[in-house]
Design a protein around this ligand. Structure first.
Ligand code: HMG
Ligand code: MG
Length: 298
């Protein structure tokens, strides 16, 4: 069942930088995206078009999208919460957008200021506009294992919300362990419920590494046929509305594991490590990637 190739969705420039204390300058954000593309990543979430009063770090995403050096092989993805965000993303020719819902009512309320049902209503005009323009839409479901406000989340709830997003026209759903509390046993239970209604080809996984379980959870997911994995350069990331959540699994660490498993991914590990070094230097701290640290110590 384990896939022979994996599509990596790089979320560092968005999930990573949205969570930094200070905003990162546009030139740095642009260079990071360019370096990630040059390393061979084909899906890069380059920014988000949310209300800048909510997430100031992502203000200026228009400039990022207009200044990056476009590569035809790369899809530059924009996170959008509503039609206004979609229009901002389209004005700077994002190739793909991602809408984001949750399997937890309380998290939905904190993160996007509405209930799950209301969020699905808000996504409808985005789906219509995207269809009209031929823009692919990815759907996120947050809190697939646990919620920072509600605790444990029922796998059935994750399956239901994921089905709704696909029925609306998302080409794929990314299942997010926002808090990073999951372990392979819980991930198995969650994926069993989701896979009973959705084929593996339409699913991706998105693990935050707060409890150090992300790689183990990815391995468990691969064994269940999942072939799309989100990751973040240098392990950057978190969510401003999930306090204490650490970054996503580091892209460098994911690539190293896939190499060991003989799974294809199309990414050059050395170039990736250089991109991670670049952003870690800019942030003035050690990389969150163990592979990057080990490589640099050799
Ligand atoms: P709201 O306040 O309910 O929105 O926020 P509203 O529609 O009532 O509008 C209020 C004001 O916001 C208006 O301005 C709008 O124009 C403006 P005013 O008239 O007061 O001057 N506004 C916008 N401005 C710019 N761009 C927009 C936009 N929309 C409205 N797109 C809203 C609702 C969704 C906008 C808000 O809650 C928000 O921006 N939330 C974003 C939170 C966020 O970005 N969280 C992090 C990303 S999610 C994540 O990290 C999880 C993920 O990684 C997966 C995982 O790990 O689980 C994806
Ligand atoms: Mg995330």
């Amino acid at each position: 069942l384990i896939p022979s190739s994996v599509r990596i969705v790089e979320v560092g420039p968005r999930d990573g930088l949205q969570n930094e204390k200070q905003a990162i300058d546009i030139a740095t954000r642009v260079q990071l995206v360019n370096m990630l593309g040059a390393a061979g990543l084909k899906s890069i979430e380059a920014g988000s078009f949310v209300n800048p009063a909510w997430v100031p770090q992502m203000a200026g995403s228009e400039e990022v999208f207009t200044q990056i050096k476009r590569d035809d092989k790369v899809r530059y993805v924009a996170l959008v919460p509503n039609l206004k965000g979609f229009e901002r993303a389209i004005s700077v020719t994002a190739n793909e957008v991602a809408i984001f819902g949750a399997a937890s009512e309380a998290f939905s309320k904190k993160n996007i200021n509405c209930s799950i049902e209301e969020s699905l209503d808000r996504f409808k005009p985005v789906m219509d506009a995207a269809k009209e323009r031929g823009i692919p839409v990815r759907g996120y479901v947050s809190c697939v294992i646990s919620c920072p406000y509600e605790g444990e989340i029922a796998p059935q709830k994750v399956a239901q919300v994921s089905e709704r997003l696909l029925a609306m026209g998302c080409y794929e759903v990314s299942l997010g362990d926002t808090v990073g509390t999951g372990t392979p046993a819980g991930v198995n239970r969650m994926l069993e419920a989701v896979l009973s209604v959705i084929p593996a080809e339409k699913l991706g996984v998105h693990f935050h590494d707060t409890y150090g379980q992300a790689l183990a959870n990815i391995y468990a997911s691969l064994q269940m046929g999942i072939a799309v994995v989100d990751s973040s350069i240098a392990g950057l990331g978190g969510c401003p509305y999930a306090k204490g959540a650490a970054g996503n699994v580091a892209t460098e660490d994911l690539v190293y594991m896939l190499n060991g498993l003989g799974i294809q991914h199309g990414v050059d590990l050395n170039k990736l490590i250089a991109a991670g070094q670049f952003i870690s230097d800019k942030l003035g701290r050690q990389s969150g990637s163990k592979v990057a640290i080990a490589t640099n110590n050799q």
